[in-house]
Design a protein around this ligand. Structure first.
Ligand SMILES: [Zn+2]
Length: 333
């Protein structure tokens, strides 16, 4: 992991820890706003040694866990909140922890004790036409993820437009759903810095994951890719000098990156449309055309990606359902 050092920006410090098994993400980044209240943005997943790695970097900038007074979580994926429980224990005092209202359920013991697998998940697997072997692999993977975090049942809720104040900064909460339904960016206007979580990443196009747990969503009609594209527009017009993402290198050319994301999604939507022209198929049946070299551990990513693009094709009137299923069969119109 050889990241370009984060640029010097007042008392904002970047910390990074490795992500074994998640090479595509390079590392998890966290940010410390070092003037009261001392604020931490995101935390790494709970891998053995992650807490110590962060602690050492925190010490290098003159802080310890007991100095942390507030934690803001950009979204409810385990690689962004996994260590919060251990950080709180190490700090020996209550640290208020904030997450957007639409992602609060993801960090609770109620959700995590189920191994992140529910009736919604069974319905999703049947709808996309997933074979039993892949369902079993997904269940095992869910349990693996569950072990990379401690649940948090006393989260404070944040909303779009909220402002977190520190002595030097005003962090504006910008709700940017798409990667997850409660995904947020934090914008510091004076320093022109955008903390982007997983909404903006330099080296990969972030996944607008299909929300499998539909019964937990505030908006049952929520569509991930449609929401993601609208959220790109929300941050595109900001005056930004640096983007500090949840993974990998910091970013200086936000506009160019967003143009690339749009091009990528347009090409993928068109590729799925072209594949469907050959024959009506299930989502699982489209994998061979869209991801011919797919690793068997990435089946969920593939079906999620195809589904969110199919939703766009259906919105545009270019595709529709041939059979409701399960599995659902799609055709071009
Ligand atoms: Zn994420």
């Amino acid at each position: 992991m050889n990241l370009t050092p984060f640029p010097q920006t007042g008392c904002i410090h970047g910390l990074s820890v490795p992500l074994p098994g998640f090479q595509a993400l390079i590392c998890s980044n966290m940010y410390v706003l070092g003037k009261g209240p001392i604020t931490l943005i995101d935390s790494a997943p709970k891998f053995p040694g992650s807490l110590f790695t962060m602690e050492r970097q925190l010490g290098d900038i003159g802080f310890s866990w007991s100095d942390v007074e507030r934690i803001i979580i950009t979204h409810g994926h385990i690689d962004h909140f996994g260590l919060v429980g251990q950080i709180r224990s190490a700090a020996h005092h209550d640290i208020p922890c904030y997450i957007h209202k639409d992602d609060g359920w993801r960090v609770t013991s109620d959700y995590l004790k189920s191994g992140m697998w529910s009736d919604d998940s069974d319905g999703f697997a049947a709808m996309v036409g997933m074979p039993v072997k892949d369902i079993e692999r997904m269940k095992r993977r869910s349990h693996f993820f569950k072990n990379l975090c401690d649940p948090i049942d006393d989260m404070c809720t944040m909303y779009d437009g909220d402002i977190f104040w520190t002595k030097d900064f005003e962090l504006l909460v910008i709700h940017t759903p798409g990667h997850s339904s409660g995904c947020c960016c934090l914008y510091e206007r004076q320093q022109k810095i955008l903390f982007s979580g997983d909404h903006i990443i330099k080296h990969i196009t972030p996944n607008p994951f299909h929300e499998v747990n539909r019964s937990r969503l505030c908006d049952p009609s929520y569509q991930s890719l449609k929401a993601y594209m609208a959220s790109l527009t929300r941050v595109e017009g900001l005056d930004v000098r640096y983007v500090f993402p949840g993974h990998g290198e910091y970013i200086e050319d936000l506009g160019t990156l967003i143009s690339g994301y749009r091009r990528h999604h347009q090409e993928r939507t068109d590729a799925i449309w072209d594949a469907l022209k050959k024959a009506p198929r299930s989502i699982y049946g489209l994998i061979g055309d869209i991801f011919p070299d797919l690793d068997e551990g990435e089946v969920f990513l593939a079906v999620s990606e195809i589904l969110v693009h199919l939703e766009v094709l259906m919105d545009e009137g270019r595709a529709g359902l041939a059979e409701n299923g399960p599995p659902a069969i799609y055709k071009v119109l």
